[in-house]
Design a protein around this ligand. Structure first.
Ligand code: HAM
Length: 420
């Protein structure tokens, strides 16, 4: 039990775990790089209006979950609850406003004041991409295919991809009316959240999790039929392209996504190995208003929750080999031997070889224990007599075999030992 735990919904990540994070990040850089995406690092906090305007004031994230505070000058700042709005703010200083395409990926911590649970944190991490500046169905399809490829490359082959269309903004009026006219007849029996949503954002009723509300939702009218021909043709082309690329998906008319900025294609990836929080990634096409701009900028992208990706990897039994063996541990008996070992360690490290060396006066036994703890493949033992003879004792820790080596050119001898 930690004597001083970090705040609820946050976690410390130690070295063994960090190797798994790096693997998710490196694979992201590799896969997304192959599609022409470059890394963008934006600040962890932004002016609050970046999220209010970007995500929409009506979204649950903006209303209930943001960590907002004032800077010394009294300006309102917010820890980023997601990556898209900050990326768009950063890109507003580029030529995306003139319709030039930008492809960026990012990873890092995000912050939402949610009730912590398994797979739900207050500081969590996303790896995400945004393709900004252009709007075309094949851009959406390529982006989805890239997400699926990323999941494959981190060992997740059996995730479920759901897609849907939100139509263009001008479809929302007529289609929303259709839904409102239906739900108003049932609203008395629905949950309080849905009662609220009826006026404020009728679409969110579609993904209510309450059993009774879901029964009513199941019989809701086909709102996509009320979308414009343009919207339906757009969605058809996305599906045709996914089929052509061999990407498996299910069309889920109840998938609306929690953020207001989406238009046209939306998608979510879920996995049964996750328990209650089934979404490992989500995204879609959006139109986002940049602060100070009256014209929205189009984009398509997604973000995957890194903690959740690792939970799925755990469920699938995929573990990174984090306890890799340390090639050498240098055991030194006496001050002069320790000093010689310190010099040898420097030479090995310069040659790119990992090594640990005892730096304090400790017994032979204690040093061997330390070597075992580091999972050392070999120990190199040097005491006064070895120093005198100009040799060291090399011990293979798994077989127990020992041999004497000349101290002359020792770093080269040791290097050859592990590279042959
Ligand atoms: P989102 O669906 O809100 O979308 O989050 C994306 C993913 O982040 C989720 O599928 C989930 O895996 C993870 N996630 C969200 N909240 C938490 C939490 N409290 N704890 C752990 N994991 C969490 C977005 O954020 C959009 N910006 C995605 C996007 C990019 N759309 C277009 N471009």
């Amino acid at each position: 039990m930690a004597a001083f735990a970090p705040p609820p919904g946050t976690a410390d990540i130690f070295a063994a775990e960090a190797a798994r994070w790096r693997n998710l990040e490196n694979t992201a850089a590799s896969v997304f790089g192959r599609y022409g995406y470059g890394e963008l690092r934006t600040p962890i906090f932004e002016y609050t209006e970046v999220f209010q305007k970007g995500l929409g004031n009506e979204t649950e994230v903006v209303q209930k979950e943001m960590y907002t505070f004032e800077d010394r000058g009294g300006r309102s700042l917010t820890l980023r609850p997601e990556g898209t709005a900050g990326v768009m703010r950063a890109l507003s200083n580029t030529d995306v406003l003139n319709g030039v395409e930008q492809r960026v990926y990012y990873y890092g911590p995000m912050f939402r004041g949610e009730r912590p649970a398994a797979g739900r944190r207050r500081q969590f991490h996303q790896v995400g991409v945004e393709n900004v500046g252009r709007c075309a169905p094949l851009l959406d399809a390529e982006c989805i295919a890239m997400l699926v490829q990323y999941l494959h490359e981190i060992g997740i082959h059996d995730a479920k991809l759901s897609i849907n269309t939100r139509g263009v903004m001008s479809d929302r009026g007529p289609a929303g009316e259709l839904l409102r006219n239906y739900f108003v007849k049932h609203i008395d029996t629905m949950c309080d959240d849905c009662k609220n949503r009826l006026e404020r954002n009728v679409w969110r009723i579609l993904d209510c999790k309450q059993e009774h509300c879901r029964e009513i939702v199941a019989n809701a009218p086909d709102y996509v039929a009320a979308f414009s021909d343009e919207s339906r043709a757009y969605f058809d082309e996305v599906k045709t392209a996914l089929d052509a690329m061999g990407v498996n998906y299910t069309v889920d008319p109840l998938l609306v996504r929690g953020l207001d900025y989406y238009v046209h294609t939306v998608f979510e990836v879920s996995h049964s190995g996750l328990g209650a929080q089934t979404a490992i990634a989500g995204g879609g096409r959006y139109e986002l208003y940049l602060p100070g701009q009256n014209k929205p900028v189009p984009g398509v992208g997604f973000a995957a929750g890194m903690e959740r990706l690792m939970l799925v990897q755990d469920a699938l039994g995929i573990a990174e080999d984090t306890q890799s063996a340390l090639p050498f541990f240098l055991v030194g008996l006496g001050a002069a031997a320790r000093m010689a070992n310190l010099k040898l360690a420097g030479e090995l490290r310069n040659a790119g070889i990992s090594v640990m060396t005892a730096l304090e006066e400790r017994s032979f036994k204690a040093q061997l224990r330390a070597a075992n703890k580091c999972n050392a493949r070999y120990t190199v033992v040097r005491g006064d007599s070895e120093l005198e003879k100009g040799v060291v004792m090399l011990k293979d820790m798994s077989s127990g075999e020992q041999q004497e080596l000349s101290a002359e050119n020792l770093s080269e001898t040791l290097k050859q030992l592990i590279t042959k």
